[in-house]
Every structure is written in C-alpha cells, then in structure tokens.
Design a protein around this ligand. Structure first.
Ligand code: RP5
Length: 158
C-alpha cells in the first residue's frame, strides 16, 4: 500500500495548473521587419509557414528607429516560446544582427532591396551576412523571404 507524501496533492495541483496555463497556440516563428514597406516581401515567409501549418507572428520594428523595442523582443522571444526568428531589412540592414545579439535562438536574415538600395541590394546583403564570429545570422538570398520560412521549418523539424 502506497503512503501519500505530505504536500503531494498541493504539488500535483500546482503542476496541473501550470500545464493548463501553457499556451498551446503560442507562435513558434517570429517574423520581424524593419519597416511596413518591407511587408509585401516578408509576407512570402508568412504564406509559406501558413501552408505548412507552422504558427508564427509578424512584427514591424526597426533596429535604428526603435532599438529598445527590438532588444526587448529578442530578449523575451525564447521565454515566449518562439524557436526561430526571421528578420528582414533593407539598406544598412542591422535588424537581423541586432536580434541575434540579444537572443540565443537561430536568426534567419532576409536582406531586402528597396528603391534606395546601393548596388542593387548588396548593402543589405553584406550587412546581414557579415556578422562577427560568435554571433551568427543565417542569410538567405535577396528578397527571398520564402526560403527563410523553408529554413525555419527545417530547423523546427531537425
Ligand atoms: C530599412 O530601411 C527597412 O528595413 C526598409 O527596408 C528600409 C526603408 O524603410 P522605410 O523608409 O520604407 O521605412 O530599415
């Protein structure tokens, strides 16, 4: 006959409450971009994730215009249940790198072209890919947000 440990029912009730509070609908992928003007291109990533049934959220935040918001988002991402962050930006594309500086989650950068791009988008491509050792950003091709979503799906399935 098993003997009940003192405090066991309370501990069990506490665990049950924690499980009940777990948000099963929490997004797994965060899609962020530096400007609303990036949305049409970044929507490719959303479409791909949607087709694959992967939960995601989309946010607009600029590493240059709202640096505190970006840092806060990246710092809390893992705790909120996100597993991968896709970050798209154009011009001097600091967003993917700044996000990677504030989180241990994998960050996939999408360098974007815009009407102000230098050298056809080479500015954003180099800003995204040329990260210092120890702070990686995986970089897909120019404007190729769809590939970022495919890579995110593969990371989630690995
Ligand atoms: C970058 O500057 C954004 O990611 C966008 O690609 C580019 C232009 O931004 P807007 O001037 O359209 O807001 O930070």
């Amino acid at each position: 006959m098993s003997e009940e440990l003192p405090g066991a029912p309370e501990a069990l009730a506490e665990v049950e409450t924690e499980f009940a509070e777990l948000d099963v609908d929490a997004p797994l992928v965060g899609i962020v971009m530096g400007s609303k003007s990036d949305m049409p291109k970044m929507e490719q990533a959303a479409r791909e994730l949607e087709q694959r049934g992967i939960r995601f959220e989309m946010r607009v935040m600029s590493a240059h215009r709202e640096p505190d918001q970006v840092a806060g988002y990246a710092r809390n991402a893992q705790m909120r249940g996100l597993r991968v962050i896709i970050a798209g930006a154009g011009l001097s594309a600091a967003l993917p790198g700044v996000v990677a500086a504030h989180t241990a989650l994998p960050v996939i950068g999408v360098p974007l072209t815009s009407s102000l791009s230098a050298a056809g988008g080479l500015d954003a491509l180099l800003s995204t890919v040329q990260m210092p050792p120890g702070v990686p950003v995986a970089c897909v091709g120019l404007d190729n947000a769809r590939n970022a979503a495919v890579l995110a799906a593969r990371i989630l399935a690995a």
